[in-house]
Design a protein around this ligand. Structure first.
Ligand SMILES: Nc1ncnc2c1ncn2[C@@H]1O[C@H](COP(=O)(O)OP(=O)(O)OP(=O)(O)O)[C@@H](O)[C@H]1O
Length: 751
């Protein structure tokens, strides 16, 4: 259970200031301030000879084993066992109090394992002797004393009369705060405590108008952060520890989410984080005091506390000073609030409607409507994102197809390259073959020439001149032929080389083009893949955030409906019980009255009869007036019979009436019950379809209750009519009986 106490301090500064001096907020972002306080060893640790593993040094904490430093953490400030309560207050709290007095909202909370000194730091010893606080007094009493010291110097007007008054408020709260013994701490706090101090500072302006500056100081003493097993908490203690762990776990998750700059911070998942929402990443100035034990036995918990605190250091808040308001505006604001609360109270007392004022109901309806709108917007956004995701999917598919095509192209181009080079090789081989064949042919021709030359030389040896001339011609021819052959060969070679070169050049160009093309496609595809991936990632993130918000909204909505449902449920049950007990009481009264009446009538008749009988006997008229008496006797007995019949009839009538009333009542009661049951069923149905329109739910609830109220009124009025009718019938029967009795009595008198 979370407990919060509240106290208000109002400081009036008579100092006159000009309006132009108002502080304008810089709205700068600042980190949460994180302080570590390590206490000395407590008796239990000394008795167990627990070695000390922590060393503190101005801004550093070192976790040590006997011979080496295991880990070093740096914080805004670190205090060791030598730092007493006064030092902590002077160094940490005094600067915060200045901010509070300047109109900022500030939060200071103590976090740490059980028995590390959170409560000692926040509350300490609350005793006051001779108007002075104890030297072990913690931050809260010192804050109160400090504020009231200020008041004694300058103030004239305040709501909490003095520091002792404030400490009394704190003590009252502390009594309610659940404390129990665990393995680690004799007097362990099993809940979180939040002490709010609101300081109103009045300043009178040059024009005589009063301005109020409001600063709030939230002092939070969290329950121990230890794990259940280690603390030795059992049964209910373990359950408490579970709840504590849940809220501290949520606090840790919020700190992590803030640290990682996540879109969604799960503040609403626990009451503690809902309370501290503005203190974590909000407009409040926040300071965390992490308390640790120096003992080795607490090594794991100390490390976890220091890690937790270290993460919190990165959270950034944007403190904004509260607007100064005129006294009138503030009072008007308070009056409005009080009026709203009074209306709610009246509505609850009168049990009219749904136990809340129409304004609050309207406010809830509006809130539900805006939630519904928000849900619809989120739904639309979700649909849009799903659509986009589908497009992305298609995009991906296209990309895959493109990739396949590209691979095919690549394979094709590689195939083409190898075909071309094979063809070139083939052509080259062919040409080489052709050239070598040509060479062979020329060589053969030359051989033939040589043979023919030799032959002709033999034939023409006789005529030297002719032969010489002939051979000269032949040689000329041969030379020409050789030259032509060489030329032809060269030409052929040159052509082949040129052709091969151009083919080679063309191929090289093609290859470069191909490579460029490949590179370009590669680049395009990788860009496309990266962009698509980024796009998909961001869409996925947005979808997750959207889902979280939607789930959160749905949860809140369901919780809200459940609360309303419980409220209505209780109201209906209460009404039903009242009606049943009223009806039963009424029936009882009627039955009793009827019995009383009937018995009285019978007694009276019996009495009259006895009197008559006695007087007849006493007067001795039995013998002399036998005839006369027997006449009267028969008249009397017939009158008696008549009377008995009349009484019987009226009794029958009365019991019929009672039956009728009972029947009517029980039928009304049944109707009433079935109405309540059907209302409950509709409520359950409405709760089940919590995602349905909340405003419709509200309308239906209002309608149901209207018809319920009119049915109840009808039931009561018909009941009342029946009662009146039966009362009238009773009266008339009574008159009839009285009349008959009178007649009987007259007859007896005459007799
Ligand atoms: N700085 C300190 N100097 C002297 N004694 C201290 C100091 N800090 C804590 N102690 C003592 O240690 C014991 C445990 O402290 P305290 O009850 O404040 O722990 P806690 O962290 O609030 O524990 P829990 O989470 O179980 O409530 C108390 O007896 C307290 O007086």
């Amino acid at each position: 259970m979370d407990i919060s106490f509240s106290s208000e301090v109002c400081i009036e500064r008579a100092r006159k200031r000009r309006r132009s001096n108002d502080i304008k907020d810089g709205e700068k972002e600042i980190n949460i301030q994180v302080i570590v306080r390590c206490r000395g060893r407590i008796d239990r640790e000394i008795a167990a000879n627990a070695p000390v593993i922590i060393e503190t040094n101005f801004r550093e904490v070192q976790l040590k084993s006997p011979d080496k430093v295991l880990k070093t953490y740096t914080f805004d400030r670190v205090f060791g066992p030598e730092a007493d309560q006064a030092k902590i207050f002077d160094h940490i709290v005094i600067p915060i109090l200045h901010e509070v007095k300047a109109g900022y909202n500030c939060t200071l909370f103590a976090y740490g394992q059980t028995s590390t000194g959170k409560t000692y730091t926040m509350e300490g010893n609350l005793d006051i002797a001779n108007g002075q606080m104890n030297k072990h007094a913690g931050i809260i009493p010192r804050t109160l004393f400090n504020l009231f010291q200020d008041l004694e110097a300058e103030a004239q007007d305040f709501s909490v009369k003095n520091a002792a008054d404030g400490i009394r408020v704190l003590k009252q709260g502390s009594v309610k705060r659940h404390a129990a013994q665990t393995n680690c701490n004799k007097n362990s706090s099993r809940s979180h405590s939040v002490f709010f101090i609101t300081v109103h500072i009045k300043e009178t302006m040059a024009d005589g108008e009063d301005l109020l500056k409001v600063g709030k100081f939230n002092l939070v003493d969290l329950a121990g952060s230890e794990c259940i097993g280690r603390s030795g908490a059992e049964n209910n203690r373990a359950k408490e520890a579970g709840n504590i762990n849940k809220s501290l776990l949520t606090l840790g998750r919020c700190i992590n989410a803030l640290n990682e700059r996540c879109l969604h911070i799960p503040f609403r998942e626990s009451k503690l984080t809902r309370l501290l929402q503005d203190s974590l990443g909000g407009k409040t100035k926040t300071c965390i005091i992490a308390t640790v034990s120096p003992a080795k036995s607490c090594y794991d918990e100390t490390m976890s506390t220091l890690d937790y605190a270290y993460r919190a250091k990165n959270i950034r808040n944007k403190p904004v000073a509260n607007q100064r308001v005129t006294k009138k505006a503030l009072i008007k604001d308070y009056i409005n609030k009080i009026e709203r609360l009074e209306m709610d109270l009246r509505a609850t007392r009168d049990k009219n409607g749904i136990f809340m004022s129409a304004e609050t109901h309207q406010f809830l309806v509006n809130e539900n409507k805006s939630r519904k709108d928000e849900c619809e917007e989120l739904q639309k956004e979700k649909e849009m994102l799903v659509e986009k995701a589908l497009i992305d999917h298609q995009h991906r598919k296209n990309l895959q197809e493109l990739q396949t095509k590209f691979n095919d192209l690549k394979a094709m181009s590689m195939g083409f390259g190898s075909t071309v080079s094979r063809k070139i090789n083939d052509a080259y081989k062919e040409r080489t073959k052709e050239i070598s064949e040509y060479h062979k042919y020329i060589d053969e021709q030359l051989d033939r020439f040589e043979q023919q030359k030799n032959m002709l030389e033999q034939i023409f040896t006789s005529d030297g001149d002719v032969v010489t001339t002939f051979f000269g011609e032949i040689n000329k021819l041969r030379k020409g032929f050789q030259e032509a052959a060489i030329k032809k060969d060269q030409g052929l070679r040159k052509d082949s080389v040129t052709m091969l070169k151009s083919l080679h050049d063309e191929l090289a160009g093609q290859s470069i083009k191909m490579q460029t093309y490949h590179a370009k496609i590669d680049e395009e595809i990788s860009t496309l893949v990266t962009t698509t991936q980024e796009h998909i990632d961001s869409q996925n993130q947005a979808i997750i955030a959207c889902q979280n918000i939607t789930e959160e909204a749905a949860k809140t909505e369901t919780r809200c409906l459940e609360e309303h449902n419980d409220l209505l449920d209780n109201a209906i049950k209460k009404e039903c019980n009242i009606a049943t007990s009223l009806n039963e009481e009424l029936l009882d009264i009627i039955k009793k009255e009827l019995n009383k009446f009937t018995n009285a009538q019978i007694d009276r008749l019996k009495e009259t009869y006895d009197k008559v009988h006695d007087s007849t006997q006493q007067n001795g008229m039995k013998t002399s007036n036998t005839k006369y008496l027997s006449g009267h006797k028969s008249q009397y007995s017939s009158t008696k019979e008549n009377l008995a019949y009349l009484i019987k009839e009226s009794k029958v009538d009365l019991s019929a009436n009672v039956n009728n009333i009972t029947k009517g009542m029980s039928s009304h009661l049944d109707k009433y019950k079935s109405l309540i049951e059907s209302t409950l069923t509709s409520l359950e149905r409405l709760t089940v379809s919590a995602n349905d329109e909340s405003s419709v739910l509200h309308k239906q609830l209002v309608e149901l209750f209207k018809s319920f109220a009119s049915d109840v009124t009808q039931c009561y009025s018909s009941l009342q009519n029946k009662m009146t009718k039966s009362q009238m019938e009773l009266e008339s029967s009574t008159l009839q009986v009285n009349k008959t009795l009178k007649e009987n009595s007259n007859a007896l008198t005459n007799f």
